[in-house]
Design a protein. Structure first.
Length: 79
């Protein structure tokens, strides 16, 4: 089963993947961070809703092109 793991940064995405791997090492996990840096993620969090929707839609479309139909959103922020 292919699963797209989506989180705010590369580090958070990796943490989400590690969590799922502990549950089932056989899962095929694909990394989809929303932002490449912490600074970029901070800007994303305060961006307008349209910009956020466009970025998330882009991630979903990329993943679906790879045959992914299952998504895991990993969030460890209180923001």
């Amino acid at each position: 089963m292919k699963i797209a793991v989506i989180a705010g940064t590369n580090t958070d995405t990796r943490m989400g993947m590690e969590y799922l791997r502990k549950l089932d090492p056989a899962l095929e996990l694909m990394s989809y961070p929303v932002s490449s840096t912490c600074e970029e993620q901070a800007r994303f969090q305060y961006a307008d809703n349209k910009e956020k929707e466009e970025r998330i839609d882009d991630i979903f479309h990329q993943a679906k092109k790879c045959g992914i139909e299952d998504f895991f959103i990993y969030c460890n922020s209180l923001a």
